[in-house]
Write a protein that binds this ligand. Structure first.
Ligand code: SF4
Length: 277
């Protein structure tokens, strides 16, 4: 089961500890809390009504969360014929491939913070200071020069995008060497290089959505999700699983979600009016 990519247990990261009686349980800790062996429950929720639409048990790693999200969306489309217009989620879901999958493959608006590691700590120009030009697939730097996908001539042509799905756009050394902004742009390199994902269109869409009022509404709606998880722990006391292995976790998480939905349903039942005396 540890190697089962479908369960999300397959990861290149070696766990610090292995539980010999339940090897798919992950040794993990929330911030500033003690570590323990755990599984994660993932919910797909109809945010308008705070109803749990699907549940997926996974091992407690980020890659598994994204896999769970995809499986729940596909399963909901297939079983309930529900096609969400938007997905509200946290940064764990904001990687370029996942945003690409949501926008390009599923036509779903990502109300998700973009996972972006391009920030620079040395006060030099950020990637956002470069303007992408669709017409000729180039990027214009703050000095007004163009960076292109490849200025290098390899004997054997190489694919433009690396294995990580990012294309390197490079300025010409000639431009940078004579540029008065070089110290503020690339003080230690002969020429500036920036990276653009093959899913940058989807990332840009997520960045644009993040500036809208609709995004603020989505952030508020996310609190409903957090309340469901808090309820799971504090009221239903699901801070310890009674059953072992991924199937045990799956059964307990499904039962708990069903209980939460039933509680919701009970609250929705109209209170009968008292008959007049
Ligand atoms: S150093 Fe190079 S990339 Fe940076 S602004 Fe100058 S010309 Fe443009």
């Amino acid at each position: 089961m540890l190697d089962d990519a479908a369960f999300g247990g397959a990861t290149p990261v070696t766990p610090k500890r292995l539980n010999v009686t339940d090897p798919a349980a992950r040794w993990t800790a929330a911030s500033r809390e003690r570590a323990f062996y755990s599984y994660s429950t993932n919910y797909l929720i109809d945010l308008d009504h705070a109803v749990i639409v699907d549940v997926e048990a996974t091992t407690s790693i980020r890659q598994a969360e994204v896999l769970a999200q995809r499986r729940m969306i596909e399963r909901t489309q297939e079983r309930l014929v529900l096609w969400p217009d938007k997905l509200v989620a946290d940064t764990a879901h904001g990687s370029a491939p996942n945003l690409g999958w949501l926008v390009e493959d599923q036509g779903i608006e990502p109300h998700i913070p973009v996972f972006d590691k391009s920030a620079r700590k040395d006060d030099t120009f950020e990637r956002s200071g470069f303007t992408y030009v669709h017409e000729d697939d180039s990027s214009i730097c703050p000095g007004g020069n163009r960076l292109r996908p490849s200025n290098r001539n390899f004997k054997t042509p190489r694919p433009l995008a690396n294995a990580d799905g990012f294309i390197r756009y490079r300025a010409s050394q000639k431009d940078c060497q004579s540029c008065h902004l070089k110290q503020r742009c690339t003080p230690n390199m002969a020429a500036r290089k920036i990276m653009r994902s093959i899913h940058e269109g989807a990332r840009d869409m997520a960045r644009d959505i993040a500036t809208t009022d609709a995004y603020l509404v989505s952030r508020r709606q996310r609190k409903k999700v957090e309340m469901l998880f808090a309820h799971l722990k504090r009221i239903l006391k699901l801070d310890r699983l009674r059953l072992r292995d991924p199937n045990g976790a799956k059964d307990e998480f499904h039962l708990a979600a069903a209980a939460q939905n039933l509680r919701k349903l009970a609250k929705m039942k109209p209170i009968p009016e008292l008959a007049p005396a």
